[in-house]
Design a protein around this ligand. Structure first.
Ligand code: HEM
Length: 495
């Protein structure tokens, strides 16, 4: 019976892949191949089975992992694959209901994603807008001041010790305050940064409680009662609760002063719509809980993902000091030292921009993406894909495809530059995904990362805490996003 179960497939014409073992299916095999690097494991398995698409069971879930560059793009644009999974990781975030943007699908997701993007745009999200740019610049200044002139408030001592900075969360505030500005046209002042650093810490706990395949907690949800600590359940609950509590307060404040004749910020626009539909639309998708989850979903990656990318980039600078020299040269030549780099400078700073692109290619933040779900039985690349099949995309394979990149194993920002200009068309990587599920925060992420990183590099030279050159990359932690372990970096003011 064991043998029979091991080779069970969802259908005859399902992509090839490893057999299923009890309880976790092929997940054991994926973990054993290269623990702590799911993308790497899946690449190896695809090669072993000589297939562009691996088919396997992860616990009870029939899953395909697309390994081929062309098919990854096709899969991302395949509308039957726009669903999400109804899993415990999603439910535990949202009062056991299906709410938010990340983990919803169908009509509900469509309405809520479109509405939030349309009206957050009015407040600067997804485009260039002066007041948002000024907020991010101002917060970048405070961040630099914290390291240059020393901590002002107790929490800052956890981020800066002498000339060392705590990489994990040092960059957090500009990204978080930028989002609060979009939602509520306010920011938390430096005296209240503790709230924001705490949020960043809690959200990272959530990210690390699971992984791109949902981790043990998704495949065997009963672990939540049996081993709440070990299964990651407790950390995820806690990490999520911090954000829910934060937005509960912000929304309650907005509600208390809400005037339906005048929109002050995105929250007002949403509240007005929800109140309007409350009594007129039978099955409205708007509610207070949903507003809380919309804010949470946009804040999640803003409080972790963008900082994680910048810390991976700082690690690269420690490994390749010549890259740092080139960034400094570009900043000094284009911006000088009297003002912060702005988004206007971005087009004149191809090397700095290329470094941000190259780190996202080289080390994809979410190596297997956020899993999609086949919303109905469908055909893909000649295979029969059953309804509810999990669809994952191996971005590591796309970003390290020799045919596209020639030398994918090298960190080489110059690959995106031609005649001194950034050639966006040369960037075939898809760190933000594509299609209808494309990362909703791509523009915000790209713009704010440029502002924060270029401001930081204008002010400092980075080196290792122990003064010795970094010889090899650190071992990464595989959560939903890939992060570096806790580490400190020395910063030396450049002037
Ligand atoms: C460098 C940083 C980031 C990277 C690499 C990244 C990447 C991704 C990826 C790969 C997805 C999944 C796409 C899919 O399902 O196929 C995603 C989804 C999403 N991202 Fe990002 N992201 C980043 C930053 C952000 C930021 C800063 C925000 C918000 C401010 C954000 C908001 C979202 C949302 C709301 C979704 C869910 C979209 C949906 O399911 O419809 N992301 N992101």
């Amino acid at each position: 019976k064991f043998y029979k179960n091991a080779y069970i497939r969802p259908g005859e014409n399902f992509p090839p892949g490893p057999p299923s073992l009890p309880v976790y299916g092929a997940y054991w095999i994926v973990l054993l191949k290269q623990i702590n690097n799911l993308g790497g494991s899946m690449r190896k398995i695809a090669r072993e089975y000589r297939t562009k698409i691996v088919g396997l069971y992860l616990g009870p879930y029939a899953t395909i992992v697309i390994d081929d560059s062309k098919l990854i793009k096709e899969g991302l644009f395949h509308e039957d694959f726009d669903g999400r999974l109804d899993i415990i990781v999603a439910r535990l975030r949202s009062y056991w209901k299906k709410l938010g943007i990340f983990f919803t699908d169908g009509y509900f997701w469509h309405v809520q994603r479109r509405f939030s993007l349309r009206y957050m745009r009015d407040y600067g999200f997804g485009r260039r807008e002066e007041s948002l740019e000024a907020v991010v610049a101002n917060e970048t200044k405070e961040m630099i001041d914290m390291a240059k002139n020393g901590p002002k408030y107790p929490v800052e001592h956890e981020m800066v010790k002498g000339d060392l900075i705590y990489m994990q969360h040092f960059f957090a505030v500009p990204f978080i305050n930028g989002m609060i500005h979009i939602f509520a046209r306010t920011t938390l002042p430096r005296s209240e940064y503790k709230v924001l650093f705490d949020l960043a810490r809690e959200v990272l706990l959530f990210q690390r409680g699971t992984n791109d395949f949902g981790g043990a907690i998704t495949l065997t949800p009963w672990l939540k009662d049996l081993m709440p600590g070990y299964s990651g359940y407790r950390d995820m609950r806690r990490g999520n609760q911090a954000l829910l509590d934060f937005f509960d307060k912000v929304i309650k404040q907005a509600l208390a002063t809400h005037d339906e004749t005048f929109d002050r910020h995105f929250l007002d626009v949403y509240i007005r719509k929800w109140k309007e539909e409350e009594h007129t639309v039978k099955r409205t998708t708007f509610s207070e809980d949903q507003l809380q989850l919309v804010c949470t979903d946009y804040m999640f990656p803003a409080a972790t993902g963008v900082q994680a990318v910048l810390s991976l980039l700082v690690e690269r600078l420690l490994l390749h000091p010549e890259v740092q020299d080139k960034i400094h040269e570009e900043i000094d030549r284009v911006v000088g030292r009297d003002r912060l780099p702005t988004l206007d400078d971005r087009r004149n700073m191809p090397y700095t921009e290329a470094c941000i692109r190259e780190i996202m290619r080289y080390e994809p933040l979410v190596p297997l993406g956020v899993p999609h779900r086949a919303m109905k039985a469908t055909k893909f690349a000649g295979y029969d894909i059953p309804e509810h099949c999990v669809v994952s995309f191996n971005y590591l394979s796309l970003h390290h495809d020799k045919e596209i990149w020639g030398d994918p194993e090298n960190f080489r920002p110059e690959r995106f530059i031609e005649n001194g200009q950034l050639q966006v068309s040369k960037d075939k990587s898809l760190p933000f995904g594509a299609g209808k599920r494309l990362c909703a925060g791509e523009t915000y992420a790209r713009q704010s990362m440029f502002q924060v990183f270029s401001g930081f590099m204008q002010a400092f030279t980075v080196s290792t805490a122990d003064g010795k050159p970094l010889k090899k990359p650190m071992r990464k932690i595989q959560g939903i996003i890939t992060t570096l372990p806790e580490f400190w970096v020395r910063v030396t003011p450049r002037y």
